[in-house]
Design a protein around this ligand. Structure first.
Ligand code: ADP
Length: 499
């Protein structure tokens, strides 16, 4: 059938533009390593390489009871974590929605008082014994604080907004994002803001650590991975992408402003690798990458993230498919029954579909496309109807969609391998015969749910000079859950060691 041929040719043409060869993978790894080094030397580089003041990673033997809170978007989560010392932990949590007015409050105090109140409610509910005995001691004690150090809960504060970190529990808010806007808080130390409100309620809680979610991922993985291997890297492949890894402090050439524990000789560095190659020395650039960047709120920034993470993959796919639909000869998503249908269009996609709106295609459908290997692609076709209002998509429509989707995801996985491979090389463990495992913790919907995402990463890693199939076997990529819970608790524990 000539129409089908034209669609097949067009699909091949589009798919090939997402090719990312082994040669390119290698070139990218070299450039990634160069930009990592540059970030360790000075500020204002593509990869920011932010020192985190976290000077060690756990090995699974750590013990204790810690608190963690997470403020990152619409919800505030309070949890307590018992580290059992055998790579396992128990976690209890409460989650509350942040009242909208507090997100745009007049003063920082209004928001942080609410957060402190949630911590109090959590302690009363889940740690009543500890809390009540604290209240008794507090009321009978002659000291102003009324409690001894061992009765204090250390708390890790995951705060997912841009901050300038100045110490393990000190960081100034640079700006709000995600719908928050409290100008009064900008430039202030968010840990101190929280501690002040905790103290006002006279809670036995010390804000011990300011936590970045990527660092939490690394810590959580390092604690829970078996065999007492400390992990070298935590990576997130979800809405966005970022990684944190353990670096020799001596290699961090730019000044580290705050105080930290020098005894370990190591520090976790938050790469902010989403902005790798913002100058586009190497990153691939299809017409759809270009269009996506131009319509984004931050053109020219987060260029790596824009090719790798969940928020963007769906949009790349949408733009590519729309272009294919414009090519009359392909008949992709054409309404073949009539020249114009009820919608007055010639496509079988509703004008209301996310297909026609920027950011309207959720990358979750890419996982459905990849999982459906049935001859009729019935699951995918149903999903196209349900989520994108495609009216009875043909098998050919679904096949073309699946092929382009797979190409976009495969390039993302191979780019992810660039970041992971570069850090593995930088760890120096590949060539060390005493190191049999290079452990990497990952989190995020893409690695968790996209079929064979990790396999595609491994395939690319095997092709990297200096890694190869042997090295790739040494690299163990495992899912790390709950970076903002157990990970934050572990950072509070590391911080306690520094007090
Ligand atoms: P976050 O990174 O915000 O903590 P997630 O790790 O769940 O949360 O990532 C959410 C992102 O992943 C969204 O951009 C969403 O479109 C995408 N996503 C969700 N489910 C899937 C899936 N099954 N396959 C691919 N992408 C997905």
């Amino acid at each position: 059938h000539p129409l089908t041929m034209a669609l097949a040719d067009e699909t091949t043409r589009v798919v090939s533009q997402f090719d990312f060869s082994d040669v390119q993978v290698n070139k990218h790894v070299q450039e990634f390593l160069r930009q990592m080094d540059e970030g360790l030397e000075k500020d204002g580089t593509s990869i920011s390489q932010i020192p985190t003041y976290v000077t060690g990673v756990p090995n699974g033997t750590e013990k204790g009871l810690y608190l963690a809170v997470d403020l990152g978007g619409t919800n505030f989560r309070v949890c307590s974590i018992t580290l059992n010392g055998d790579t396992t932990f128990n976690l209890t949590y409460n989650k509350v929605a942040i009242p909208k007015p507090l997100m745009v409050a007049e003063t920082a105090r209004e928001l942080f008082a609410f957060l402190a109140k949630q911590i109090e409610l959590f302690l009363r509910e889940h740690h009543a014994d500890h809390f009540e005995s604290h209240v008794r001691r507090r009321n009978t004690s002659s000291t102003p604080q009324g409690y001894r150090d061992e009765h204090i809960f250390r708390l890790g504060f995951t705060f997912s907004f841009p901050v300038k970190q100045l110490g393990i529990n000190k960081g100034k808010l640079i700006r709000w994002t995600k719908g928050f806007d409290i100008p009064d808080a900008v430039g202030k130390d968010v840990c101190a803001l929280l501690q002040d409100e905790i103290d006002r309620l006279r809670l036995p809680v010390k804000v011990a650590a300011l936590v970045n979610d990527t660092v939490g991922t690394l810590m959580a993985r390092s604690y829970t991975s078996t065999g007492k291997h400390r992990s070298v890297l935590g990576g997130i492949f979800g809405t966005g992408t970022n990684g944190a890894y353990i670096e020799k402090t001596a290699n961090i050439k730019k000044p580290i402003e705050g105080e930290y524990d020098v005894s370990t000789g190591e520090m976790v560095v938050n790469t902010e690798w989403g902005s790798f190659d913002n100058q586009l020395n190497v990153l691939p650039l299809t017409p759809w990458d270009k269009a996506l960047d131009e319509q984004s709120i931050n053109p020219g920034f987060q260029m790596f993230e824009k090719r790798v993470s969940g928020m963007f993959l769906g949009e790349i796919l949408r733009l590519a498919v729309l272009d294919m639909m414009k090519n009359e000869a392909t008949s992709l998503f054409k309404d073949l029954n009539s020249s114009t249908n009820d919608w007055g269009t010639t496509t079988n996609i509703s004008p209301q579909s996310g297909m026609f709106k920027a950011w309207g295609l959720d990358s979750a459908i890419m996982s459905v496309a990849a999982s459906d290997n049935s001859p009729e692609l019935s699951t995918l076709r149903q999903e196209l109807e349900n989520t994108l209002q495609v009216y009875t998509p043909s098998l050919e429509d679904a096949q073309a969609f699946k092929a382009v989707s797979a190409a976009v995801a495969r390039r993302a996985a191979r780019l992810s391998a660039v970041a992971i491979g570069a850090v593995a090389i930088k760890s120096g463990k590949l060539s060390d015969p005493r190191e049999d495992v290079i452990d990497v913790g990952v989190d995020g919907s893409l690695v968790e749910h996209y079929p064979f995402f990790r396999d595609m990463i491994y395939e690319a890693l095997s092709a990297v000079d200096g890694i190869g199939p042997e090295g790739a076997k040494k690299i163990r990529i495992g899912i790390a859950k709950d970076g903002s819970g157990v990970g934050a608790a572990l950072i509070a524990l590391v911080a306690q060691g520094m007090e």
